[in-house]
Design a protein around this ligand. Structure first.
Ligand SMILES: [Zn+2]
Length: 292
C-alpha cells in the first residue's frame, strides 16, 4: 500500500422502517418474520479530502412515504464534523429517492453519477408507475438542473476519483448503480449501497425485489466481492446489522454513526479470513446469523 492514502469511512443512520423478510427477497421468504430496514448516508475522510456518498431523503418525502426519519442526514454528517455547505464532492450511487433527496443542501458539491442512471430516470420507462415509484421527480429534475449548472459529472465506467477511492458501475437494482471502493487501514472497503440492501441478499444470492435486471444484480454481487479485501469488507446499503457490527466513532454517536474503516467487532482479522467466505461465517459473537 505504498503511498496510497488510507481513509476513514463512516455510515450515518438517518431513517428506519419496519418491514418483513418477504419484503426483501424476490419470491418472498419461506420463514417470513420481521426484518426492519435502515437508511444510511456515508462519508469518506482523509488525505485532506471529504467525499460524501449519497444524501438521503428529506422530512417531506419521509412523511409521504411513511418512513421514520431519525435525523436530517445533513445534521448527521455535521455530528461527524462534516459541513454539507462546504463538501466538495458527492457521489450518488443511484437516483432512487432515498439516496438523492437533499442535493440542494450541498451548494459547493460536484455530483458524481453513472450516466445510465440518469438516462433511465428521464427515459421512456418512467411512464410505468412500477418503475418510477422509486424516484422523486423533483430530485431527478433537480439533478438535471445541477447538470445545466455544470455541477454534475456523468460517468460511464470505472472512475478513479482519487488515489484509493474508486467508483465501479454495478447495475441491476438500478440501471446505473455504482458502488465505492475505499482504501482503509484494514484494506479495501466496498460501500456497496444498494448493490446489496442486506448482507443476506448477497450471501444467499437472492436479490432485493426492486430490480431493473436480476441478471445484472447477480453479476454485480461478484463485482463487489472482487473489489473488497474480503466479504467482511462489504457494507450493504440498508442492513441494520451494520450498526451492530461496527463501532461508533465516539460514545456520543452510539446508535447514530459507525466507523467502517476498522474491523467489525468480534470478527477475526481479515488476514485469517479466507477469501470468499461469506460474512456470516465470521459473524461476531452474540450477533444472530443473518439467516436466522
Ligand atoms: Zn436505497
Amino acid at each position: 500500500m505504498t503511498g496510497m492514502p488510507e481513509y476513514e469511512v463512516f455510515a450515518v443512520r438517518y431513517a428506519h422502517r419496519e418491514a418483513k423478510r418477504s419484503d426483501h427477497f424476490i419470491g418472498g421468504d419461506p420463514h417470513d418474520g420481521p426484518m426492519p430496514m435502515d437508511y444510511f448516508v456515508w462519508a469518506i475522510r482523509g488525505a485532506g479530502r471529504v467525499v460524501v456518498v449519497d444524501c438521503g431523503f428529506n422530512a417531506e418525502v419521509a412523511a409521504r412515504r411513511g418512513r421514520s426519519l431519525l435525523r436530517d442526514p445533513v445534521d448527521g454528517l455535521a455530528l461527524l464534523g462534516i459541513d454539507a455547505a462546504t463538501v466538495p464532492e458527492l457521489v450518488l450511487t443511484h437516483l432512487h429517492y432515498d439516496h438523492v433527496g437533499n442535493l440542494d443542501r450541498f451548494p459547493a458539491a460536484t455530483f458524481h453519477l453513472q450516466e445510465p442512471d440518469l438516462h433511465f430516470a428521464v427515459g421512456r420507462h418512467m411512464r410505468h408507475a412500477h418503475l418510477r415509484a422509486v424516484f422523486e421527480v423533483e430530485d431527478v429534475v433537480g439533478l438535471v438542473r445541477m447538470n445545466y449548472a455544470g455541477r454534475v459529472r456523468l460517468h460511464d465506467g470505472i472512475v478513479g476519483l482519487h488515489p484509493g477511492i474508486t467508483l465501479y458501475p454495478a447495475p441491476g437494482h438500478s440501471a446505473g448503480l455504482q458502488f465505492v471502493q475505499v482504501n482503509t487501514r484494514r484494506g479495501m472497503v466496498v460501500l456497496a449501497s444498494d448493490v446489496s440492501h442486506f448482507y443476506e441478499n448477497m450471501e444467499s444470492g437472492r436479490p432485493f425485489p426492486i430490480v431493473v435486471s436480476v441478471a445484472d444484480t447477480l453479476e454485480s454481487y461478484d463485482c463487489a466481492r472482487a473489489a473488497a479485501a474480503s466479504a467482511a469488507h462489504i457494507i450493504p446499503g440498508h442492513d441494520p446489522l451494520v450498526m451492530q457490527r461496527y463501532p461508533a466513532p465516539s460514545p456520543a454517536l452510539e446508535g447514530i454513526a459507525v466507523r467502517l474503516d476498522v474491523a467489525p467487532t468480534g470478527v477475526a482479522p481479515t488476514g485469517v479470513a479466507p477469501t470468499g467466505v461469506a460474512p456470516t461465517g465470521v459473524a461476531p459473537t452474540g450477533v444472530a446469523p443473518t439467516g436466522a
